[in-house]
Design a protein around this ligand. Structure first.
Ligand SMILES: N[C@@H](CCC(=O)N[C@@H](CS)C(=O)NCC(=O)O)C(=O)O
Length: 345
């Protein structure tokens, strides 16, 4: 009965849709996947903010209400569907998972959007394939107009993620280092936080479905240098057959050095940009300006990422004293500690 199936609306080229589909499969939550950007083609209501994926939950009267934003949706699914959790129970591990999830969603996505709409090969591929996802039967003439419109619209939005000629080397350097760090980690552990996947794995996976499996420039990097990561992405797609053990996640004291190296990478790139973005918004600046790895970073302020910083800080404040000390030990010297410098004092 389709009534029992959780509706999710999204598209194959949307990294957050892929994040949520893989998570639903792993969690064995029965769903129906409605493909398309617009609710108008289905009987489902449109959310207030026009983003995908949209998940639909029944309210008290039984009607379906749209929800967007994968991070809170994951928490809601945890409350409503028990078992096969993607949130570690150990608060220290859970905090690291949250930080990695945020990094995947908010920083890796810069690489995803940048590569897709910056290089001609990538623009050509995405521009010619993506518009077909709305309807594969539309005539070729219509599709070539759609291709132009769609590509122009997306290229004009590169600024939103901070992709420009100044930031291109920073974004690309960070993508390549991330692949290298994930590769090192996967030599020892199948998932970022142990023997079972956390929300952070799904966030990184979502972006990597595009970066290593679709767009030609970044996928070449993965195919040539990181076949292990390429294989990981394919495996993550459907973990419905994995039988996770209760103690599959690392405890806070077991978090390995390879994860600490990833935190260092987060501290070198996402953290300075997140802080500069929040500062620019606080002070009403037109531009975010900072340096990342000694290279300049300029972009327009992005209000959503200032909220991400507040949410991260709220997670930190919520920790008990002993756990916060453990986190402080883990992140000391990674560059992530400055995120919480004020909250600490
Ligand atoms: N924070 C949101 C981000 C979702 C998002 O940015 N979705 C993109 C597609 S991957 C989108 O709908 N963009 C608007 C558009 O393309 O019109 C989440 O985690 O779900």
């Amino acid at each position: 009965m389709s009534d029992d199936l959780l509706p999710i609306r999204g598209a194959p080229a949307s990294p957050y849709t892929r994040k949520m589909l893989a998570l639903l499969r792993y969690r064995r939550i029965p769903y129906r996947y409605i493909q398309g950007l617009n609710a108008s083609a289905s009987e489902l209501p449109q959310p207030k903010v026009s983003l995908i994926p949209v998940l639909y939950f029944r309210d008290g009267s039984g009607s379906l209400q749209p929800e967007v934003d994968s991070t809170p949706i994951i928490r809601r699914l945890e409350r409503e569907y028990p078992g096969r959790s993607v949130l570690p129970q150990d608060p220290v591990t859970a905090f690291i998972d949250y930080l990695i999830e945020d990094y995947g969603d908010e920083w890796l996505t810069k690489a995803m959007f940048h590569y897709r709409w910056y290089y001609q090969d990538d623009i050509d591929m995405a521009g010619s394939i993506l518009p077909h996802y709305a309807d594969v039967s539309r005539p070729d003439e219509e599709m070539s107009a759609a291709r132009r419109q769609f590509s122009e619209r997306q290229i004009s939005r590169l600024y939103v993620v901070g992709s420009n000629d100044t930031t291109a080397p920073v974004i690309e350097g960070s993508y390549k280092r991330f692949l290298g760090l994930l590769n090192d980690h996967l030599k020892l552990h199948p998932y970022l936080l142990g023997a079972r996947p956390g929300a952070g794995d799904f966030a990184c996976f979502g972006q990597l479905t595009q970066l290593v499996q679709f767009d030609p420039t970044p996928s070449r990097v993965a195919i040539e240098s990181f076949p292990r990561v390429h294989a990981w992405v394919s495996k993550m797609e459907d973990l419905s057959g994995l039988e996770p053990s209760e103690d599959g996640f690392f405890t806070g004291s077991e978090v390995p050095d390879t994860v600490r190296q990833l935190l260092r990478e987060i501290g070198r790139t996402y953290v300075p940009v997140m802080l500069a973005n929040a500062r620019a918004l606080d002070q009403g600046f037109e531009q975010v300006e900072t340096t990342v790895e000694g290279l300049p970073w300029v972009q327009k302020p992005f209000p959503y990422q200032a909220k991400c910083l507040q949410w991260l800080r709220a997670e930190y404040v919520r920790l008990g004293d002993a756990e916060r000390e453990q986190i402080d030990d883990l992140i000391r010297g990674t560059g992530c500690e400055v995120l919480f410098a004020r909250a600490e004092s």
